[in-house]
Design a protein around this ligand. Sequence first.
Ligand code: GLU
Length: 303
Amino acid sequence: MDYQAVLEEVAATAAPQVGRGQPAGYIPALAGVDLGGFGMAVADVDGSVTGVGDWQVPFSIQSVSKAFGLALVLARDGESLWGRVGREPSGTAFNSLVQLEYENGIPRNPFINAGALVVTDRLQSLTGDASTSMLDFLCTQSGNPAVSFDPQVASSESEHGDRNAALAYLMASYGNLDNPVPTVLDHYFWQCSISMSCRDLALAGSFLARQGVGTDGSRLLPARDVKRVNAVMLTCGTYDAAGDFAYRVGLPGKSGVGGGILAVVPGRCTLCVWSPGLDLRGNSVAGVAALDAFTSLTGWSVF
Ligand code: GLU
């Protein structure tokens, strides 16, 4: 596969979509971001990485971090997480409170905010420092020791985090958090603030295409658990638009309101695309268009 040629064609196809949509206005530190950015990278299972556009420009990974959080907890703790969080699409917004009360404080899946807070809580119990353990993992797997938190984004989220606090306190009232709510929120905001490029994220997610083996050759997860993380990404990874994403792209994916999307072609490669303009559901407009173009051009989807 001539990745460079494919990516250039994909970028040209997605170009009319760049600049469309809105930034994540509810996080002030992200509200002013230039909507004109677009980058895309492919990390082949052989370890090589190819990119186009702003593929080496760091951006706020936001909820893409949730895919790594789930993998880190499954790797340490096996199946027990599933007693505290489900694995069904929610059919509601990623930060909805309503369903959480009906369902007794058990979030529908690990990728809505409530579910990710439970995952962060578990990672905190398992490691003693959830956000730093995620950062260390991302530095190692991307091969880039400069991957870092963005304190401005973390504090902006914390200052405007009433909705996430409400989710956390509601779950705590049902006994579904082990650590103090402020601790869980803090680690959650720090993990969302991590700043990485498409290159870094595609490499860091490589284990999802390599049956659990990371870029450093170490086994991060059993192949069985990689299948499971990818399945949850496919069904729940792109907010309340996972059906539309599966229809258009046909790959497991995890998006974030920073405009990044990580997608996996099992056995072949991981893809990361970034463009900050979001559609009404919170997915990058140009990012989804680019992934749609990539799988249409290559025929590489899971379907
Ligand atoms: N930190 C963001 C929040 O909690 C993440 C949202 C996202 O990317 O889905 O609202």
